[in-house]
Ligand binder design. Structure first.
Ligand SMILES: C[S@@+](CC[C@H](N)C(=O)[O-])C[C@H]1O[C@@H](n2cnc3c(N)ncnc32)[C@H](O)[C@@H]1O
Length: 238
């Protein structure tokens, strides 16, 4: 089957999954505003899902093995993690600021009898366990005032534990925070829903980087390119 037809098929599969989730009392997709959770929208973005066929399409272009581990920073209800679990990562973990939202993610995976993921309740700026991962995923969880601290923590992790660290940044509004210190370089982009992009960064460049073998990545330089600016100002998607 052609790639385009497969993509169309998975669009219908996604719609069927939303219905089946409702039937099974799973909640991966309803959106929660920061104010509802008691957070300041200036430093916490809304909890919204990004686990879709675009994410699967992008991850399929990496040669993921059981030597790889991924952390979703700001994992929400686990929508992206659910898709990451389709790949042979050793660990697919999520970290979430809101205890309430993290609890929903835990319940979702319990109902699905998934044991390969751990949901950690933590603030990304204070998290101490970044050394355990070689992939980081972010779907626009916070603004640059927070992202600057998180990038500092990632750089400290690389000093403690040298390795290639790939940062997958969906709707990369804080692109500058990542590249300004010249430790991370933007390698390319993949398309996402909403005319948005998923940007891929690494601390390794060119042939030193595993990204050199990604076939479908549109290679770019460090320029800033996104489709939309602030997830909090978008209409609710779920
Ligand atoms: C847009 S949602 C992304 C959900 C999930 N990653 C996905 O793609 O399906 C962003 C999440 O980041 C969380 N968040 C915001 N600030 C955070 C912080 N400092 N530490 C950890 N999580 C945070 C929010 O509570 C929200 O649930």
């Amino acid at each position: 089957m052609e790639l385009k037809s497969l993509f169309k098929l998975s669009k219908w599969q996604e719609k069927a999954q939303v219905l089946s989730d409702r039937f099974n009392n799973l909640d991966f997709t309803t959106v929660c505003e920061p104010e509802e959770l008691g957070y300041d929208p200036k430093i916490v973005k809304r909890s919204a899902p990004s686990g879709d066929r675009f994410l699967v399409n992008m991850l399929s272009d990496f040669n993921i093995t059981n030597q790889d581990s991924i952390l979703d920073i700001g994992c929400g209800k686990g929508s992206a993690i659910r898709k990451m679990l389709q790949f042979p990562f050793a660990k697919v973990d999520g970290m979430e600021l809101s205890e309430h939202i993290a609890g929903i993610a835990v319940e979702n995976f319990k109902k699905l009898e998934v044991t390969r993921t751990e949901i950690l309740i933590a603030d990304a700026t204070k998290f101490q366990e970044y050394d355990e991962y070689n992939f980081i995923y972010l779907y626009d969880p916070f603004p640059s005032s927070v992202m600057d601290f998180v990038v500092e923590s990632l750089i400290s992790s690389l000093q403690r534990s040298p390795r290639e660290l790939v940062v997958i940044y969906n709707n990369p509004v804080c692109h500058a925070s990542l590249v300004n210190q010249e430790r991370f370089f933007k390698a390319g982009i993949y398309p996402d829903n909403w005319g948005n992009t998923i940007a891929i960064y690494s601390n390794y460049q060119n042939s030193d980087s595993r990204l050199s073998s990604n076939k479908n990545m549109k290679r770019t330089t460090n320029e800033f390119s996104i489709g939309r600016v602030d997830i909090n100002s978008e209409p609710k998607s779920a």
